[in-house]
Ligand binder design. Sequence first.
Ligand SMILES: [Zn+2]
Ligand SMILES: [Zn+2]
Length: 347
Amino acid sequence: MSELKEYKCPNCSGRLEFDTKSQKLKCPYCDGTFDPDIFDDGKQYDLNVEKWEDADYLVYSCKSCGGTIMADKDTAASKCPYCDSPVVMIGNVSGDLKPKRIIPFKYDKEQAKEEYRKHLKGKVLLPKAFRSEAAFEEIKGIYVPFWLFDGKANAKMWFDATRSHTHREGDYEVTETRYYKLFRSGSIEFAHVPVDASEKIDDELSQSVEPFDSKGLKDFNDNYLAGYFADRYSVSAKDSVDIADERIMNSTRHMFDSTTSHYDTAVPSASSIHLMHGRQEYVMYPMWMMNVRYKDKRYVFAMNGQTGKFVGDLPVDTMKSRFIALGVFLLATIVVALLQLLAIGVK
Ligand SMILES: [Zn+2]
Ligand SMILES: [Zn+2]
């Protein structure tokens, strides 16, 4: 059996949870607040966890109610399904597995729900029933493990570019095109390029709530996890570096491309990009995940827990979209008919 850590109020033994408004650990019973950077319950935790290489699930016992908590081997923070006590699998966030830094949640569950409602507003194509029937199947505040990479790109790029201008010479319209060979070289430094280190969370989804502001990073303390869910990394830094490199390469190309905007056309003809790897850092970033079920289909929404950036997919009502398409078509027909009328009038 592995060791769990719970967060008890020193005044009244109530369950402490990290509170987004005060950015402190807060007791809901006596309103006591405690600084998460220094709060320590004084207990020692036994980190000699049984071997888990071949066990997908681990069994924990809740210290508050004695209930059994099942969690997969990557789970770092969860809640007791019986008494709702926040628990942290301390072995998954200490020693070699301890994140270096963390961005604490700034948005709480109510704000996440509010952003969801705002997201639905003004969506004309959304079936009416979705707003009423659709139920939150699940809403979870999750700390997602990320690797941050620093790096530098030394790049050279060549472009075939043109500039054209047209002028009149008597009865002739003359277009003059100049052809250029462009050469660009330079180096760009990148800091904190994030790569999602969790297999459970779709990379596309975690990238869609970016960016996170790395200025909000604080030294890691497991107190920040109290009341939330968290996973430890399941993809190593070594296996994440290729994704970081690709992001750095794409950004470098994009930045070099943008230096040719004052030409009419510019097509890259050759490039050489040399990457140098810098520091890497293991961090946790806050994300709200919402599952909504509608007509036996699951829709996933996510929100950046630091900035409130909201993303998600929504069902489109086919009847409504047909109607709107028809509307556009009708409008277009009327415009064409009007133009024809005008043409007749001019004749
Ligand atoms: Zn208390
Ligand atoms: Zn319990």
